[in-house]
Write a protein that binds this ligand. Structure first.
Ligand code: FES
Length: 127
């Protein structure tokens, strides 16, 4: 089993947004809905995925540990059809929502990298 990655603090990245940057307003996302969030700094791209389930939000770096592609190849869908797991559209790896651990597919045992955030007044901000 691979080691769980450390939580990514966006402000620590070169060109990353400072702590407290608005990532997404929750009213933009339906229950069980997802949203991709992109930051640009010159040529550098920082891609995140935000997934809501019930009253919980989860944010991961939108990069599959198998081949580095975004989990969603198009649209804002990140979950399997039954809503149980995050799924990578490239080769079908499935990840737990709570830990980002791959339980099925070519990177089984590996993890998505969690992103630090805080929820405040109906929105998610970088932490
Ligand atoms: S790139 Fe995600 S499963 Fe291969």
């Amino acid at each position: 089993m691979k080691k769980k990655p450390t939580t990514l603090h966006l402000a620590d990245l070169p060109g990353g947004p400072p702590k407290g940057t608005l990532l997404v307003e929750l009213h933009e996302i339906a229950d069980h809905g997802g949203k991709s969030v992109l930051f640009h700094d010159g040529d550098r791209r920082i891609s995140l995925l935000v997934q809501i389930r019930g009253d919980k939000a989860f944010i991961y770096e939108n990069s599959c540990p198998h081949a580095g592609t975004p989990l969603n190849l198009f649209g804002e869908k990140f979950l399997t059809i039954d809503g149980s797991y995050l799924i990578c559209r490239t080769h079908g790896a499935q990840f737990t929502l709570e830990e980002g651990r791959c339980i099925l597919g070519p990177c089984k045992g590996d993890y998505l990298r969690p992103v630090a955030f805080e929820e405040k007044e109906g929105a998610l901000y970088s932490a």
